[in-house]
Ligand binder design. Structure first.
Ligand SMILES: [Zn+2]
Length: 118
């Protein structure tokens, strides 16, 4: 984590979900916004803090859903059992979202599965 991220994390400490200063959100999909409401709710319920570090900005794989406004990265802190928290988020978001713990951050993407039943 660099100094900028550290500073933002300190500033964000009063909130459950917050947005990094340099993050660009232009073109974020409404479905992803709904997903972030669930992230926010889980933060408030558990005391965890999530700082969004990337939406449509940043460097990602060429076909990344970030560029379509369908993916968000956030740094997760103040969480007791990270694995449990991520699993709970995945459960609450349901089958149309993927939640991946990348270690340094959590990646959430909206990727509806047409006709799939899970
Ligand atoms: Zn990502």
């Amino acid at each position: 984590m660099d100094e900028q991220a550290r500073r933002e994390l300190r500033l964000a400490s009063a909130y459950g979900l917050s947005l990094g200063a340099l993050v660009r959100i232009q073109g974020i999909r409404p479905e992803m916004l709904f997903g972030l409401m669930i992230v926010s709710d889980l933060c408030r319920g558990t005391g965890a803090k999530a700082l969004i570090t990337s939406v449509v900005d940043g460097l990602h794989m060429i076909n990344s859903l970030h560029y379509a406004g369908s993916a968000v990265d956030f740094i997760l802190s103040l969480v007791e059992d990270r694995e449990d928290w991520v699993a709970e988020l995945s459960k609450r978001l349901g089958r149309d979202f993927d939640v991946i713990d990348e270690g340094t951050h959590v990646h959430v993407e909206y990727q509806p599965r047409v006709g799939a039943s899970r």
